[in-house]
Design a protein around this ligand. Sequence first.
Ligand code: S3P
Length: 441
Amino acid sequence: MPSRRFTPPGPLKGRLRVPGDKSISHRALMFAGLAVGTSRITGLLEGEDVLATAAAMRAFGARIERRNDGVWEVDGAGAGSLLQPRGALEMGNSGTSTRLLMGLVASYDISVVFTGDASLSRRPMDRVIEPLRMMGASFEASPGGTLPLMLRGAAPAVPISYTLPVASAQVKSAVLLAGLNTPGITSVIEPVATRDHTERMLAGFGAPIETDDAAGVRIISLRGEADLSPCDVTVPGDPSSAAFFIVAALIVPGSDLVIENVGLNPTRAGLIAVLREMGGRIEEIDAREVGGEPVADLRVSHSALTGIEIDPALAPSMIDEFPVLFVAAAMAEGTTRTSGLEELRVKESDRLATMAQALKLAGAKVTEREDGLTIIGTGGEPLSGTPAGASVETRLDHRIAMAMAIAGLASKDGVAIDDTAPIATSFPTFADLLERAAAST
Ligand code: S3P
């Protein structure tokens, strides 16, 4: 367990690039792994979660190699031709790998055992088991619908029309991926829009998929048993990783930082809107499109932030950014109130409880409610930091570790993190980039 204290640096300056988007990287490997022919992926996130997806796709018969120039080359197994893996699939910390792959294999005549680390083994899988059972797959899960679990796929599976009971892109994607090898039309009805990378990228790989937006409800329909054509994918920088540097530059005095190539898909960009409303100076430069996704460079400078009431309707478009938003709130003038965030309790950790405890230990004023946190900010005064000998518990959650590292930059005595190892699941270069930004004054 590598523990570490993050202390106040000088201002963050210069330019940096965060690694590729995690959600897009998973999907690129999965769809390229199904296509017949060679796809090339540029800018793939080489974090542990995405590598778990790569290992699983190899076990299903795809050839996946990293070239010396950093481009990943994938020869797909062919839609309809996934192989029975020889052993259990070890998913590590990755909920996205697990839930999307459960969908992907649910319409094949194979049995797959999924296992994961202690954090993943606590997370609910019923949300994907339920619709996949309706399609014909069967499951033997651990108590509470958790990993380890065994899935027995159904071929042919039955197409369904499924209304999402929770706003979850993972559940939406699992059903659509099961639909790929299912005869007929599989559709998902989405009362609240969630990230749409699956829909965008499946269309790029030639799948017959359509989205209909009527009266605020999205209906996504996919015709199954179609071949996927190989596609070259360029993965934009991950806005969820950029979030840590955006907040860092806003709260560390004197900072003026450019973060290049940040994905700004509207279903992911809620944090930027919220931080601007709080008074954050975030400028978009050179807005463009990369790999079918909107992208820009962001110039972020130190700003006086003001607490606000955050509209719960924004939650799906910033669902992974709340830990670091709570840090920004702890440095703002006045009160920030969040609500409608029950989903945060079933992420890599219970992010409401873990962040409330972590921020309090670092000297912030936080009240935890069932569906959100209320935070009274310091108005820019540094937090006291964690007391000598005490450290923040990250509970196998990469985003808690990084959010609290950023809190350390805006504290008097620094914030000690009990375990930085989980950061490698999504952002292996986090600490190096932070040091570089602090050094380039
Ligand atoms: C993801 C969807 C979100 C998000 C996760 C990645 C995806 O999860 O929290 O980090 O790639 O589809 P939910 O679908 O559970 O909200």
